[in-house]
Write a protein of this length. Sequence first.
Length: 251
Amino acid sequence: MKVLIQSSYAMERAGIVGLVNKVWPDGEVLDVEDRAALEGVKGWDENVDLLILDWRNEAAAEELIEHFLGSGFDCSFDVKKSNGNGEEKGGSDKNGTAFKNRPATIVFCHRPDVEQTRRIVALGAKAVVPLTDPPSVVAALLNFIMAGGTYLPLAVLNQVPANSQGRGGRPAGAHAVISADDPRFKVLTRRQREVLRLINRGLSNEEIAEEIGVTLNTVKSHVSSMLKALGVKRRTQAMRMLTVPEDRTGL
């Protein structure tokens, strides 16, 4: 078990390290302030099972999420292969190039709201956890997330109207999407606009492929071309450009 913890606050990192060590006494734990602090650690991003990130340093947390979960990695590394001894290992692409396992991700927030939670989940996180949650809850959450569970704060869910749920339980109608008159998006093709809208709804690449009826590789190609056309490097940077309420776009 390998866990990577990022937080700007050393005392908080120490507390989380303590919880992780109680749950997985034989686990490997790296705790750092940001990605720059990891660059001198050999193999720091190899075979990571769990990311625990602090959204108060949003740039640092986002950078690590993009590194592990973003378009720089083939989404097929979600699939693990047996090494013949009943153990799982990272796979490889059709050319035999090794890829890293995609870690589960927990993000801590000071006071998460609906918009912030939506953004974090859209990046691929499995849990958004208020910093006010007690250590006993966080300790129980670790195994729950590694077992495939998801966790969102009740305070955030209570802010979502019961009649405003979209596909997969995501809020619908309140998303900011592309305006047909916004010159920033005229550089995008129709398909790229559609992909960007679905990213903004919180869909993963796999879900987008299913939604629009194309292959996963085609979606990744659209995402890469869309980011390049908009002059940004990350999905969240593109999402921040979306400022027009959906019911006013006519798209």
